[in-house]
Design a protein around this ligand. Sequence first.
Ligand code: SF4
Length: 471
Amino acid sequence: MLEVILKGHDKYYGVADVVRLFCGVPEEVKDEHKIIAPEGPDATLINELFEDGRSVTYCNGKEYEFKGELLEPGREIKRSLYLALADVTSKELPWGCLTGIRPTLVACEEESAKDLEDKYFARSDKAKLAFETSREEQRLLALIPEDSLCIYVGIPFCPSRCEYCSFISSDISCHMDRLVHYEAALEREINMVASSINRPISAVYVGGGTPTVFEEREFDRLLNCLYSNLKITPECEVTVEAGRPDSITDGKLESMREHKVTRICINPQTMRSETLLRLGRKHTAEDTVRIYRQACDMGFDLINMDLIAGLPYEDAEEHVNSTKKLIEFSPANITVHTLYKKRRAAMSRSKVMDQEDEGIRLDRSVAQSYELLIEAGYHPYYMYRQKDTGHGLENTGFAKGNTGNLYNVAMMSDCRDVLSFGAGGMSKRCFKQDGELFKRRVERCATIKDALSYMARVEEMAQKKIEFFEM
Ligand code: SF4
């Protein structure tokens, strides 16, 4: 059992984030000055912050301190803790002591990738990835006018539930009637809110769940509603996450083409049919290829395809094979997500070791996928990490040429306002702050998550948003 005692500060969550990366999810403890990781090695560490801003972590009679220019205290305590944990566990992490979901935000502050290696112990390939992606994010962000609005429309339903899903999305196979009511509620909300919003729109993202889960009639009605109520100009980027190939029909593709949807996502996740079927996705890799070719033939030239590394029922090499296959099809965008469950509580020691080996293989396969994509002419344009992603790895969007998705960049940057429709959506306003180049003060307005409650209370949700954007 590993124990970290905080001294001279109360930055519990920052310390817990570093511990989590090395030793799995810490125990919930009431004492905010102590963190316990049941799966870590037997050791007690004292993580101290001094008044002069230095941080030292003590363990087994040794002192760990970063010698160099001081960073702000929250980062300094992570650096000394990282040095101690790397020594105690004999492990180094791909992202070093960078724990946040947006490493590119830190990269924006630095002059070179080397700074990320030297200051945060990021591995050279990750430092380079974050640095290059941060520059591309900044370039794309500059294309989105400050006063414009990004729109998100959430459809929290899917044709069936994928085994690995961590989103709030309901399997609709037994409740198809709900979709008609949900679409009507969305129309009501869009009608009410759109009339009070007088701002240009730069990007629209219809996501989920699976937006193409609607029947053709409802799907077309939703697009009509969006285009007739919102000021969507021909320059506006409009993405529809068609997502599951088993939900895409000729009629829905035709509807998107007529409305001039600019980007669609057709997501294989893996090009191995056996994995897909075992995961409950109800489509094969061949279905993905068929729909992709059909969409290309219909003139959709900006297609994103998602892959997930670390899926159950397949090994790391199979992820690399899927990347190779997708590159052959040459979609404009390929997004590589990482899925790797790392809840290690109650696992035997050998299982934990197996999982660590698995993490290393996953790390290698993701790096290999990136190399293949870059060799094939793709470049990273946005990225983010999630807390429970295995091995602390990230999700990265790759694009060819100038096809990076503005909505994704705007959303992750927290630098542009987002108006969100539908259950579970999060609208936000991002206010400039004096002296801050890349960080904004963000205010959020959440919509109720449960789809049935959303349908019942849609007018209240719409009113809340009208008032939020009037502030
Ligand atoms: S398609 Fe996506 S949102 Fe729907 S169940 Fe599968 S993983 Fe979840």
